[in-house]
Design a binder for this molecule. Structure first.
Ligand SMILES: Cc1cc2nc3c(=O)[nH]c(=O)nc-3n(C[C@H](O)[C@H](O)[C@H](O)COP(=O)(O)OP(=O)(O)OC[C@H]3O[C@@H](n4cnc5c(N)ncnc54)[C@H](O)[C@@H]3O)c2cc1C
Length: 417
């Protein structure tokens, strides 16, 4: 933005240089080389989230991406955007930039270098090649729609860096997760001030869940195992089921299954009383476990469970079920077998909250897709205003889906500007 008294102008201003803003800038410059594009970012360094993603390896996309991998806006709306720049197109796009991706057994795609900086450096090299100007340390505080005497409207962008007038503006400011990266939610406020109604709930997603400090599970920190998590209403109605790995920490619960469950728990627990249960033996049904317990004979229940589960967890489960570890199958009462079944297959997790936006990988909620023309990602309310990336009401599960949303929506903006 200009620090001089004269008003500086550009054709397009992209606010936010994360995954979505970079894609929008690249595709805008490729599609309309004659247009002047300025990318403004409040951070000192660009692409912080790309660098920390996937444990520093950046899970760029997934081998299979469907609208069902997302929550927030309707699957149909999400499909419209994803289908414009699909996962194969993403692979091809990065290959052209010199970034080869490899598929891991989970279906996640990473750069073959296993380094997120390969992805960021390739994007920045393309930005440079296309002559796009990036201005760092340029946080946008306010955006005003101004109409001239001929009735032409433009946007006046203000911030500590000065002011800039543009014909079209893209809000690619991300959500509220990990605010120290620069995505502190101010972009959502800018959208609201420009007339957009945000979703009633904006909350952290892909976030560890907290347990009370005296919860015995916090004593088992370090244990990781595959589980099945089930979220139900008090009536027993099932709201969500997630299978995957869980990690017990000194604060509570983490790991992919927990992160994926977190947005369902938060969305539901805000409105009603819900229960979150864990099956520590996700492949065993309640009935099958009862049959195995019945046929234990003279083996101890502890030995039986320790073959399948970590020792410390087994001791905790048996004590919760009020069963002595040395009890053998023949000693077990029917009530004890039932109690073991309850703690092994439907262990009640007493979640007290989440670790919040500070560590959440993504933001649930934002600008609803119903307020955006999905052919162009232009606002239905403010002509010339565009959205892409996490600012939109779309959040994906773990596995590269959030970047795929950023690439796809950024592409649609870029070719439409
Ligand atoms: C720890 C972690 C790991 C993750 N790992 C993965 C992964 O492996 N795979 C995956 O698919 N997803 C992952 N995600 C999610 C993914 O990183 C995000 O969904 C994605 O980066 C969002 O891109 P974006 O461009 O919409 O927003 P962001 O990347 O958040 O970028 C927004 C940019 O806008 C700037 N900005 C904000 N407000 C203003 C303002 N007012 N003025 C100027 N600039 C502003 C910010 O500085 C920032 O640079 C991870 C997230 C985290 C936090």
């Amino acid at each position: 933005m200009s620090t001089s008294e004269t008003t500086e102008r550009t054709d397009v201003a992209i606010v936010g240089g994360g995954a979505a803003g970079l894609l929008a800038a690249i595709w805008a410059a490729r599609t309309h080389p004659q247009r002047q594009i300025v990318l403004l970012d409040g951070a000192k360094r660009i692409g912080a989230k790309i660098l920390i993603a996937g444990g520093g390896r950046c899970n760029v996309t997934n081998e299979k991406v469907t609208p069902q991998d997302y929550c927030g806006s309707t699957p149909n709306a999400i499909r419209k955007v994803l289908s414009r720049f699909t996962q194969p197109q993403t692979i091809e796009f990065f290959a052209q930039l010199g970034v080869k991706l490899k598929r891991e057994p989970t279906g996640k795609l990473f750069p073959v270098t296993d380094q997120a900086k390969t992805v960021l450096e390739a994007l920045l090299a393309e930005v440079k090649r296309l002559g796009i100007e990036i201005r760092l340390n340029h946080r946008v505080e306010n955006i005003k729609v101004v109409t001239d005497t001929l009735g032409e409207s433009s946007f006046e962008i203000n911030g500590p860096g000065g002011h800039l007038v543009c014909q079209q503006i893209v809000l690619a400011t991300g959500g509220k997760s990990v605010p120290k990266t620069g995505s502190d939610g101010h972009g959502l406020e800018l959208a609201r001030r420009l007339g957009h109604e945000l979703t009633p709930q904006i909350f952290p997603a892909l976030v560890p869940l907290q347990l009370a400090s005296q919860d015995p599970l916090t004593q088992l920190s370090g244990i990781a195992l595959p589980v099945k998590l089930e979220l139900t209403e008090v009536s027993g109605k099932r709201l969500a089921v997630v299978e995957g790995d869980l990690l017990l920490t000194h604060k509570g619960l983490s790991g992919p299954a927990v992160l994926d469950m977190s947005r369902h728990w938060l969305a539901a627990s805000d409105e009603r009383d819900v229960r979150l249960g864990a099956s520590w033996l996700p492949d065993v049904s309640a009935e099958a476990l009862q049959e195995e317990l019945l046929s234990l004979g003279k083996r101890t229940v502890r030995a039986f469970l320790r073959e399948r589960l970590p020792d410390r967890l087994v001791d905790h489960l048996l004590s919760t079920a009020s069963v002595r570890p040395e009890q053998t199958g023949v000693d077990l009462t029917k009530a004890q077998r039932k109690a073991i079944g309850n703690v092994v297959i439907a262990y009640p997790l007493n979640v007290t909250g989440t670790l919040g936006f500070k560590v959440a990988e993504v933001t649930a909620g934002g600008v609803p897709l119903s307020q955006i023309d999905l052919k162009t990602m232009q606002s239905r309310l403010v002509p010339g205003l565009y959205f892409c990336g996490e600012i939109c009401d779309v959040d994906g599960r773990i596995g590269g889906f959030n970047f795929q949303w950023a690439w796809s929506s950024g592409y649609v903006v870029g070719v439409s500007l």
